[in-house]
Design a protein around this ligand. Structure first.
Ligand SMILES: NC(=O)C1=CN([C@@H]2O[C@H](COP(=O)(O)OP(=O)(O)OC[C@H]3O[C@@H](n4cnc5c(N)ncnc54)[C@H](OP(=O)(O)O)[C@@H]3O)[C@@H](O)[C@H]2O)C=CC1
Ligand SMILES: O=C(CO)COP(=O)(O)O
Length: 340
């Protein structure tokens, strides 16, 4: 990739916009692709994306565009910041444009059919592309407002990792590299589920002990699941594991936490999702995860509990009673033990 070549960011939501601005700050020319021509025109004129990142001024280097084919043709490095429900459908028609390109998913979701992570879908659509992911404790608004932040770029393509580090690494944003693409990507998707639970607990006025128990046992549970699928357990002690879990389970800026909070206030799932008006990936991930955990026979009581509340008509009180009644377990031997 040459210095002058533009970089593409696909998705004009909160994270795509935040990443585009970071790249522009580092002197890159950025094509921020979005599907909505009116939104693109408004951003071009007002240099703001009020629907998703109110109050953040976009740098002149960020150019909102709506022609996906042309954007993909122009750029070698392409960040994909689309919801998991949209990624395949948006990119499949452009498979021919992707050969040899560096495709970096920022999306934290899982496709139900085949339990596919987004980088695996990208690989399927574009077998000749170079694939990576970024994930970590990266709340879009904080990234955009220059809170000191770190992320992980993961790929077995070391040159891609270096390229992403050079493009994104800056005054307020550090980029670490990892070769555990699967673990890094899975961590980002799994933690959303536990953030919903943390939001519910907060709405119900549960204390800090409860939150800490939830986060710690969630880490055990997600690590157990990921290791069963081949991830490196150490990844879950890093930014893309416990790092992202902590921020998403403790911040009211997290959309997944907000959905959980709304549920805890008594809203239905539909009401909570529509009140949010943005993507909360955990709502779908919980279904996919429950099915996969059963298939693999990995014991995930927190996942089963949340699923029972959201989709099986159980009350929170019933689920809490069940979880707390479980027989005592070992604390730190979390990978091999099977308990809450
Ligand atoms: N926000 C965050 O803090 C972070 C988010 N992520 C991940 O990034 C991904 C994107 O999230 P985020 O930017 O926050 O989401 P938002 O809800 O803020 O925005 C979603 C964006 O995707 C667009 N979109 C939705 N459906 C389609 C489609 N079918 N075709 C094209 N564009 C579409 C929306 O366009 P429109 O406005 O036209 O509907 C909008 O621009 C998620 O997987 C999320 O987990 C990762 C790290 C941090
Ligand atoms: O992934 C995120 C922070 O790292 C954002 O989480 P939410 O999608 O819950 O806002």
């Amino acid at each position: 990739m040459t210095e002058q070549q533009p970089i593409a960011v696909l998705g004009g939501g909160s994270f795509g916009t935040a990443i585009a601005n970071l790249l522009a700050e580092n002197g890159h020319s950025v094509r921020l692709w979005m599907r909505d021509a009116e939104q693109a025109e408004s951003i071009r004129t007002h240099r703001q994306n009020p629907r998703y990142l109110k109050g953040v001024t976009l740098l002149p280097g960020v150019c909102p565009v709506t022609d996906l084919g042309q954007t993909l043709a122009e750029c070698q490095l392409i960040f994909v910041a689309l919801p998991s429900s949209a990624l395949r459908q948006a990119l499949s028609p452009f498979a021919d444009h992707l050969s040899g390109k560096m495709l970096v998913s920022t999306t934290k979701g899982i496709e139900a059919q085949g339990f596919m992570l987004m980088s695996q879908i990208l690989e399927e659509i574009a077998p000749q592309a170079r694939i990576g992911v970024i994930s970590g404790p990266n709340l879009a608004r904080e990234v955009a407002e220059h809170a000191l932040t770190a992320t992980v770029v993961a790929s077995d393509d070391e040159a891609l990792c270096r390229c992403v580090q050079q493009a994104l690494h800056g005054r307020t944003f550090r980029v670490y590299a990892s070769s555990d693409r699967f673990g890094v990507e899975l961590g980002g998707a799994l933690k959303n589920v536990y953030a919903i639970m943390a939001g519910m607990a907060a709405a119900l006025g549960m204390g800090e002990n409860t939150r800490s128990m939830l986060i710690t046992r969630a880490l055990a549970e997600m690590t157990r699941f990921a290791v069963r699928l081949g991830a490196n357990p150490m990844t879950f002690l890093g930014l893309a594991g416990v790092g992202d879990l902590i921020v998403t389970c403790t911040s009211t800026k997290s959309r997944n936490f907000q959905v959980g909070h709304a549920l805890g206030e008594g809203l239905s799932l539909d009401e909570a999702v529509s009140r949010l008006g943005e993507v909360a990936e955990g709502v779908n991930t919980i279904k996919v995860l429950k099915t996969k955990a059963e298939e693999l026979q990995v014991y995930m009581p927190l996942v089963a509990g949340l699923h029972a509340i959201l989709y099986e008509g159980r009350t929170l009180d019933q689920v809490i009673a069940l979880l707390m009644r479980g027989e005592p377990k070992t604390d730190v031997d979390f990978i091999s033990t099977d308990g809450f």
